[in-house]
Design a protein around this ligand. Structure first.
Ligand SMILES: CCC1=C(C)/C(=C/C2=NC(=C\c3[nH]c(/C=C4\NC(=O)[C@H](C)[C@H]4CC)c(C)c3CCC(=O)O)/C(CCC(=O)O)=C2C)NC1=O
Length: 184
């Protein structure tokens, strides 16, 4: 598993050079508190995000919870909720580390094959991941919508800078996209 620092060392080493591009690492340090706020925004809303994403996925495809569907019976429903939580957790690890390797190596490696063997439908999984991607963006920006969240609306109240952490939103989105492409 690598993070932004070890990644810089490994890349420099593979071309037998010293770490020369310090500016990206300097930014990583300078914006460290924003990164921690972003991770916290996801982690502390995780159970709500997971249940909402899986509920949304099922609403759109109710065959999943009928006999023969992959969220039926309750044992599979529980496995599905657990998997969505696992994916979200590894995305937050990657966001914390500033590097996707923990997500790739410990979560996505072999997942497509596992799902194929178990008959877990990847299009539905991808839908749940897309919903979590949208939720994560809203929570990092601390702009969850009243329309979608209803009385569960919860704002972190952390000071959010002018660009609403655009670079962290796009970095997090990239990790969700990695999950989607690993399953597709
Ligand atoms: C640390 C990384 C890690 C991952 C990622 C992981 C995934 C994982 N998901 C599994 C099962 C499963 N995954 C699902 C998930 C779903 N079914 C649906 O219809 C939805 C589309 C979707 C939820 C979004 C289901 C239902 C099962 C059980 C399938 C079965 O036993 O028939 C299994 C088989 C073993 C088990 O049931 O526990 C693994 C290994 N395990 C790990 O250790």
């Amino acid at each position: 598993m690598l993070d932004a620092f070890s990644r810089a060392v490994v890349s420099a080493d593979s071309s037998t050079a010293c770490v020369s591009d310090i500016s990206a690492l300097r930014d990583f340090v300078a914006n460290g508190n924003r990164r921690l706020d972003a991770v916290n925004a996801i982690a502390s809303n995780a159970s709500c995000m997971v249940s909402d994403a899986v509920a949304g996925m099922i609403c759109e495809n109710q065959g999943l919870i009928q006999a023969g569907g992959n969220c039926y019976p309750n044992r599979r429903m529980a496995a599905c909720l657990r998997d969505a939580e696992i994916v979200l957790r590894y995305v937050t690890y990657a966001l914390l580390a500033g590097d996707a390797s923990v997500l790739d190596d410990r979560c996505l490696n072999g997942l497509k094959e596992t799902y194929a063997a178990l008959g877990v439908p990847t299009t539905s999984t991808v839908r749940a991941v897309q919903i979590m991607k949208a939720q994560a963006a809203a929570h990092i920006k601390d702009q969850p919508s009243e329309e979608r969240a209803g009385d569960k609306l919860r704002k972190m109240g952390t000071p959010v800078v002018e660009d609403r952490c655009a670079s962290l939103v796009s970095e997090a989105s990239g990790y969700f996209d990695r999950v989607i492409s690993a399953l597709s």
